[in-house]
Write a protein that binds this ligand. Structure first.
Ligand SMILES: [Zn+2]
Length: 128
């Protein structure tokens, strides 16, 4: 008798709208606390974000690898999304974005979008 596996629904709240690629973020904790940088990659499944210049780790490479022989490569390691807040490009404040509904009309049709907006100056962070 086959046992059907029912995947349990993920119960955690998804913070995915908070931080996106190319955002500038500020680090709240960890060894790079107080630093800021540009988001290079977001991993929503693990809630981890890779930020340019943040959480740099040294990777030792073997000489047999194709890319330029051996040595030590420094690269940013992903850090947990809860350690980051978005920096508003308009007013430079550090905040958790709020959701904002906007309407956009193209080709005679009006559609509603949810975008992120700055909590402080209300400027929208996402470009459509
Ligand atoms: Zn702002």
């Amino acid at each position: 008798m086959a046992i059907s596996k029912k995947s349990s629904k993920p119960k955690k709240k998804s913070p995915k709208y908070r931080i996106k690629k190319n955002d500038t973020v500020y680090v709240l904790s960890g060894k790079d606390r107080g630093a800021s940088g540009k988001v290079l990659e977001v991993n929503p499944e693990k809630d981890r974000v890779t930020v340019e210049g943040i959480n740099i780790v040294k990777r030792h490479r073997k000489e047999s690898q194709q890319s330029g022989g051996g040595g030590i490569t420094e690269m940013p390691a992903p850090i947990h999304i809860s350690n980051l807040v978005v920096v508003c490009p308009h007013c430079k404040s550090r905040m958790r974005p709020v959701k904002k509904a906007i309407e956009k009309t193209s080709e005679g049709k009006t559609r509603k979008y949810n975008v992120r907006a700055c909590r402080n100056c209300s400027e929208q962070l996402d470009t459509m």
